[in-house]
Design a protein around this ligand. Structure first.
Ligand SMILES: [Zn+2]
Length: 447
């Protein structure tokens, strides 16, 4: 398939980050005020206190906070560019009308350009892993295009192969192509893995599915050993439990409207959760699904992670805003400022996200033997000053993407000095513009 020329990713090499305040997210190590992080061939070789002076060639980390890269566990990257024509006022151009009407009109090139736009923004926000929740896979070429875009950016992630926005409720997804792409594109790919996104078996815009079809889509994914993800609506967990489909390979999105019995089931089956707080808090009366059940789920020991979901209505992939949103909604709900701490929030964004994705052995904390997914945040910026001691509160409550200086994925420096090193932002933007113009040209509602 003809796509833009593949990006040349930077090589991994060997380097030392010297002097950064390291928030390792490793309980046995804790924070290291002036750290040395040694990386070789994409692996963290050592993390420890800086006892010697910085050597020539080291990355100067003084004035920076080093955190494990943020982990997003649910994002419909295919829709990113639609924010250019989204409207909060005209109901024909709201999120669901737009994605349902224009989704079926996507070419593989549109898919490619949307995914690349989203990943570029993610990297600039310090995100190093994305679960690309691909629910507009219209054909094998569309699947290939999304995987190619992920691969060209150097991001770590999962391609959660879904359906096309125009797929009928009683039609199965293309499980044969899931098998095809698994063999063709994922056998030796160390940064990207494959999963399956399943339609919801209750009313859910056009993403719903009959129970028979759900069961067959689901078991075919299980036969391939792939992790599964599904959007929650009231009653979904009970339905899946009745069908004996829940296990630790399942990630359920939108932790709202669970019954207490369902929360027990989630804990028993070791199901993981992804919360997209910006969207979950923004839904009006038509989409109201109740508060985010963070405290109940954490108390029950259910794995919890966070996500951007989409940037059409959220507007941006600012992971700091996503963190704040969850903290604030938790505080509002529970009436105290002492429940969900900034430190716990950072865990949900890193190590807990890694666990939810089955990647905790590789990423989510700064530890020798793990892969080097590291974000350096400038602590000397005006909006983060002055930081004295533990930077957790400042990161969560004051952080913003333009404080992100350096982003390393698997030992490759993909952002440096706040700029993308391999993606060309002008091209990413002009291609996104072109894609939206093309889609608008095909849109029957566009005057
Ligand atoms: Zn979603």
């Amino acid at each position: 398939m003809a796509m833009e020329a593949a990006t040349l990713l930077p090589s991994r090499g060997e380097f030392v980050i010297h002097g950064a305040y390291a928030v390792t997210m490793e309980p046995s190590v804790g924070d290291i005020e002036r750290s040395v992080i040694h990386v070789r061939d994409g692996e963290i070789i050592s993390v420890g206190p800086a006892v010697e002076a910085r050597k020539a060639g080291d990355i100067d980390g003084s004035g920076f906070i080093a955190v494990p890269g943020f982990i997003d566990t649910h994002w419909h990257l295919w829709s990113c560019a639609l924010r250019g024509i989204h409207s909060y006022i005209d109901p024909d151009f709201g999120y669901f009308p737009l994605t349902m009407r224009l989704g079926p009109l996507y070419t593989p090139l549109d898919s490619y350009r949307n995914v690349r736009l989203g990943v570029a923004e993610a990297l600039l926000s310090g995100i190093t892993t994305i679960n690309n929740w691909a629910h507009n896979v219209l054909s094998p070429d569309h699947a290939d295009a999304e995987v190619q875009a992920l691969s060209d950016t150097g991001i770590r992630g999962r391609f959660s192969y879904g359906w096309g926005q125009n797929l009928a409720v009683d039609t199965p997804m293309n499980s044969a192509d899931v098998k095809r792409i698994k063999n063709e594109r994922f056998s030796s790919n160390d940064l990207l893995s494959l999963g399956v996104a399943i339609r919801t078996p209750v009313a859910y815009q056009r993403g719903n599915v009959s129970l028979d079809i759900l069961r067959s889509d689901w078991t075919k994914a299980q036969e391939l050993g792939l992790p599964l993800t599904i959007h929650n609506r009231a009653g979904v967990v009970s339905i899946l439990e009745e069908q004996h489909l829940l296990d630790s390979n399942v990630l359920i999105v939108h932790p709202q409207a669970f019954t207490s019995r369902e929360i027990e089931i989630l804990a028993q089956r070791q199901v993981n959760i992804s919360s997209s707080p910006v969207n979950e808090n923004a839904r009006g009366p038509n989409g109201a699904r109740g508060p985010i059940q963070l405290s109940e789920l954490l108390q029950a020991g259910v794995g919890f992670s966070i996500s951007v979901d989409e940037v059409v209505t959220n507007g941006k992939a600012d992971f700091f805003s996503v963190m704040r949103e969850l903290v604030r909604s938790d505080w509002q709900r529970r009436g105290e400022h002492t429940k969900l701490t900034a430190r716990r929030m950072l865990e949900l964004s890193t190590i807990d996200g890694a666990r939810a994705m089955g990647l905790a052995h590789l990423v989510g904390s700064l530890k020798p033997g793990k892969r080097a997914d590291i974000t350096l945040i400038r602590s000397t910026d005006i909006n983060l000053s002055p930081i004295i001691g533990d930077p957790s509160d400042m990161l969560v409550f004051s952080g913003q993407p333009n404080n992100v200086d350096t982003v390393i994925v698997d030992g490759r420096v993909l952002v440096r000095d706040g700029r993308l090193t391999s993606l060309d932002p002008e091209q990413v933007v002009s291609d996104a513009m072109q894609t939206v113009r093309d889609l608008r040209g095909r849109d029957p509602r566009q005057s």
